[in-house]
Design a protein around this ligand. Sequence first.
Ligand code: ADP
Length: 532
Amino acid sequence: MTAKASVNFLEEALADTFGFDTFKGNQEAIIQSLFDGKDTFVIMPTGGGKSLCYQLPGIMMEGCALVISPLIALMKNQVDSIRSYGESDEIAHFLNSSLSKTQMRQVKEDITSGKTKLLFVAPETLTKEENIEFFREAKISFVAIDEAHCISEWGHDFRPEYRRIREMLDLIGHQIPIIALTATATPKVQSDIVKNLRMGEDQNTFVSSFNRDNLYYEVRPKGKKEYTFRQIIKLVKEMPDQSGIIYVQSRKAAEEIAQALVVNGVKAAPYHAGLDPKTRSRTQDQFLMEDVDVICATIAFGMGIDKPDVRFVMHYDIPKSIENYYQETGRAGRDGLGGRCIAFYAYKDILKLEKFLRDKPLMEREMGAQLMQEVMAYSETTACRRRFLLHYFGEEYDEANCNKMCDNCRYPRERVEVSQEMVQALESVKTLDENYPLKTLIEFVLGNETKQMKDYGFTELPGFGTGKDREEVFWSSVFRQALLNNLVRKDIESYGTIKITPEGEAFLKKPTSFEIPIDHDFEKELAQDMQG
Ligand code: ADP
């Protein structure tokens, strides 16, 4: 369709097709850009209304829109939802390995006859010779690339086959506009997407604010398993009958937390890749139908789940990147009402994740370490969490606008001056020749007479035990703050040994005031709490 779509024209179509009165955010400008035949890049947070940006023009334009989507479950949901709006089932189809030969033939017939306006395909379907042949002949209105961050190794869900999309589109050979959409785009991911798709020079980019002002962000220290489980149960019971997702990194944790909740009378279920597809899809349906309130899931859950009233998202295990975190917490409060996002954090978990990285190729290892450093900084910051998150996505944000919607704005943490102790900590790094990890340094300052300390003769060195009047949590906090403030760095290449940075040297020469937040000894507090 070459005619310029008038405002009324688009709004009318919106009302006719979806029954909505107005466009949300940039939707209208995005759709107009497609009508203008421009390559279009859409960066919009989860719940912003991305799907409509290709669904509506897909239905309106001549020909069939190709929508590339990473997951079969995701496609199915979308097709079902469009069919519910449309007049016929043929209006939307998906084409992937789950279809029989006959079904595939039928889909292609519907496209050729012009009945189908939106076709969802997986990138691997696109690469099939016979499909390329078919698309070359078919009338394609435009190509939408959903979850476009899958293109980038810096994204939270890299899929190698996504990198071949451009190549396939070139084979198909039309001069068709593309629209790429993602909810997560750090500047790095953004430039990866544009470069890889070779989007035209006069492409339009639409960036929506990533702020979700209805979400409350909170980080809690993660103690021993039973204490943390208890906290989770308590929290969940404070929100009876509300839908929520608890993300974990292992199948075992998914099972155990679900079990603990069920025992406590909560309708909960696990969801992970170890369950068969039938069970998983049943659990997903039960969650949508509210027969299950709480899902304990590994990361596999949530993509394409359109449940607008998810009231909380917890992370029992800290995610591998801020992108992951933001994507997952973004599933709360899509209806614009409140959503509580609670992450449980233990420095130990960062170390665990770092260990996993050790056997990975260099590039991946460095990237992983950097992403995790950000997660650690987020977890340990005493400043506004919302500001931190938005800043991560390249957005300036005045924390005064947070409206006490994060724990740090609501309950500012007490801080203590540790300039002198920081000097002690940095000196210990030098005394041990910048050759040891955090754990050894803490033991050294505390003066723990472990076998290693004695065998290596560390007990004889100046500085051994100078910090013995403080507790381990204190020193752990001092060292972590040194890391976060770039006074020292962790060398992943040499198994996490701590090195002094030029900033650290400068600090040693001329120590300045240095305040850190007081770390609670949560194990102790919780133990008291349990007795009380
Ligand atoms: P995203 O893919 O960006 O996460 P969705 O496309 O799933 O977001 O949309 C989120 C919700 O907003 C859906 O429930 C959708 O029906 C609704 N929505 C989208 N556009 C509009 C609109 N213009 N007016 C009202 N609701 C809308």
